[in-house]
Design a protein around this ligand. Structure first.
Ligand code: HEC
Length: 137
């Protein structure tokens, strides 16, 4: 497939998935989600569970980062801020379309942030729920 055909195919796929209710569909993001579904042994994820984890306040991680919202704010469509004040693009796919499209980046930040906030790594189910929530708003 040449580059233009590839772009056309992706655009068409995005259009079809768009009808299915995704804010901004993306083949790489779908593949990442499929990988988590396989690892978790489930066929779908819960945006509500992802939202609950995002908003939860925890005591099992570092005291200075009790929640994902500590840096990402409680509004995923708004820009966040690191603890030293560096801006973070919104987590919502509708605002930052290339979110959750690079598997290495996704894994790196889940590992780091889940450890800081929860004191452990997130499960494949939690990762899938989180990305599903961020793709739904
Ligand atoms: C200490 C601040 C901080 C906290 C707390 C935090 N994050 Fe993040 N997060 C970041 C930064 C910084 C980035 C990388 C910059 C970017 O992607 O814009 C990031 C990126 C990510 C990414 C990668 C997004 C992508 O585009 O691939 C994921 C996934 C993520 N965070 C999930 C979480 C989850 C889940 C929690 C709560 C369990 C959380 N974060 C809590 C600072 C934080």
């Amino acid at each position: 497939m040449n580059k233009q055909t590839g772009i056309l195919a992706l655009t068409l796929a995005a259009g079809v998935l768009g009808l299915a209710g995704y804010a901004v569909a993306n083949a790489s993001r779908d593949a990442i989600l499929q990988g988590y579904a396989q690892q978790a042994g489930v066929s779908s994820f819960s945006a509500a569970a992802g939202k609950a984890m995002f908003l939860s306040t925890n005591t099992t991680g570092k005291p200075e980062t009790p929640s994902c919202t500590t840096c990402h704010t409680s509004d995923p469509t708004a820009a966040g801020k690191t603890r030293v004040g560096k801006p973070i693009d919104p987590m919502a796919v509708s605002r930052t379309p290339d979110r959750f499209t690079d598997p290495a980046k996704v894994e790196k930040w889940f590992r780091r942030n889940c450890k800081s906030v929860l004191g452990r790594e997130c499960t494949p189910q939690e990762k899938g729920d989180f990305i599903t929530y961020m793709s739904s708003i």
